[in-house]
Design a protein around this ligand. Structure first.
Ligand code: DHK
Length: 145
């Protein structure tokens, strides 16, 4: 593995980006964001590995994998699991690789149930509210860790 390999993990419904509530999540697809990340990563001397699943356990497994494969950091947009998943909280605490919580929207300006983040309780930091740019900002933060 290269020295700064960064996992980018995406949770439920993020495979629908571009079509899903574009007023909230924007018009770019996850593939578009992946292409932007790959390009920015090259400039930063990193590599990125982008994954998406609608299943909580996949995200847990991938967090463990990131650790086992020596990932430099993980960017995690856990979608709605952010607000529900103690399994993800525990998985982040179970690894040493820093995890940066990412959101396209700013959950704190939305429904009350989005104000709680289990992921955020174990994350190194959180970047939210900048649309697709949240991912790029998080990548820059990860590259400097
Ligand atoms: C994405 C989701 O799917 C929501 O469940 C979160 C997050 C917010 C985002 O803004 O990227 O509440």
């Amino acid at each position: 593995m290269t020295s700064k390999h960064i996992y980018v993990l995406n949770g439920p419904n993020l495979n629908r980006l571009g079509k899903r509530e574009p007023g909230i999540y924007g018009s770019q697809t996850l593939e578009d964001i992946g292409a932007l990340l790959t390009k920015r990563a090259q400039a930063l001397g990193c590599t990125v590995e982008m994954r998406q699943s609608n299943h909580e356990g996949h995200l847990v497994d991938w967090l463990h994998e990131a650790e086992d494969k020596g990932a430099h950091a993980v960017l995690l947009n856990a979608g709605a699991f952010t607000h529900t998943s103690i399994a993800l909280l525990d998985a982040i605490r179970a690894i040493t690789a820093p995890v940066i919580e990412v959101h396209l929207s700013n959950p704190h300006t939305r429904e009350h149930f989005r104000h709680q983040s289990w992921v955020g309780q174990a994350a190194k930091g959180t970047i939210a509210g900048f649309g697709a740019n949240s991912y790029l900002l998080a990548l820059e933060a990860a590259a400097t860790l």
